[in-house]
Design a protein around this ligand. Structure first.
Ligand SMILES: Nc1nc2c(ncn2[C@@H]2O[C@H](COP(=O)(O)OP(=O)(O)OP(=O)(O)O)[C@@H](O)[C@H]2O)c(=O)[nH]1
Ligand SMILES: [Mg+2]
Length: 235
């Protein structure tokens, strides 16, 4: 039975993809890598095909156009479920998340965690090269979500994660509708609410050096709006 599928969503990551994939392959050689590219105009999809052609553990899912991070991950999760993987990993392609942390995160999952979050905001975690306003947005977003959703997760917006596939199946991922940070909040909160075991592993998050961020005000506002709505509806 295949064990671990690493899903790498990409949109215009031409300068980052080869490096992150090489680092993943050396950090967790037994894991399979699925690149989910949304028809990046810069040629990231073609580069992904070339990487896949030289390595049987690398595959590419091409989607027709930019349809958001949430949808890209749901497509990757569907593949992990269909092919009976035990764990599925989320990681950014831009180098912000260090693949060298994955063995420790997978170990926590092997010891029973249903979701392991690579966390910036627990003891030992940190962020490198973020301007003050990015830190403030992340900290405030986490504090607000913890309070509004009565969550005890310190970094609920984090995008570096290991999920137990069977736990994801439990929360009917087809109903997950949000994007961006909100997608991450929604998944973690649903698992927490339904009694799944969640652990946070401290990481050092490094701001991307190459390529452009896809973060924008709309993503922050969506999260604010939805977290508020979920919190108010909470029984
Ligand atoms: N397939 C796909 N990938 C996406 C989409 N939007 C973002 N991504 C990828 O998702 C990952 C995270 O996106 P980033 O632009 O780094 O966003 P971020 O990490 O929230 O923001 P920064 O910290 O500023 O980099 C990267 O690997 C992106 O290429 C999308 O619509 N489709
Ligand atoms: Mg990033």
């Amino acid at each position: 039975m295949p064990e671990t599928l690493i899903v790498v969503p990409t949109f215009n990551e031409l300068d980052n993809l080869a490096s992150i994939v090489a680092r993943l392959r050396s950090a967790v050689p037994s894991a399979d890598v699925l690149i989910v590219d949304d028809a990046s105009p810069d040629g990231t999809g073609e580069l992904a095909d070339r990487l896949a052609a030289t390595d049987a553990r690398i595959r590419v899912l091409h989607r027709a156009g930019k349809a958001g991070l949430g949808g890209a991950y749901l497509a990757g999760f569907a593949q992990a479920i269909a092919e009976d993987y035990t764990y599925v990993v989320e990681i950014d392609a831009d180098g912000s998340h260090d693949p060298a942390e994955l063995p420790a995160m997978l170990e926590l999952a092997a010891h029973g965690a249903d979701l392991v979050i690579g966390s910036r905001w627990v003891d030992g975690g940190s962020v490198l090269n973020w301007p003050r306003h990015r830190r403030a947005i992340s900290r405030a977003g986490n504090a607000y979500s913890r309070w509004m959703l009565r969550s005890s997760i310190r970094d609920i917006t984090a995008g570096f994660r290991v999920f137990r596939v069977s736990a994801l199946q439990n929360i009917a991922s087809t109903e997950v509708s949000s994007q961006g940070y909100c997608f991450q909040v929604e998944l973690a909160w649903r698992l927490e609410r339904t009694g799944h075991r969640i652990e946070e592993h401290p990481i050092t998050f490094v701001e991307r050096v190459k390529g452009r961020s896809k973060m924008h005000l709309g993503i922050v506002l969506e999260a604010l709006f939805r977290v508020t709505a979920w919190g108010l509806r909470r029984p």
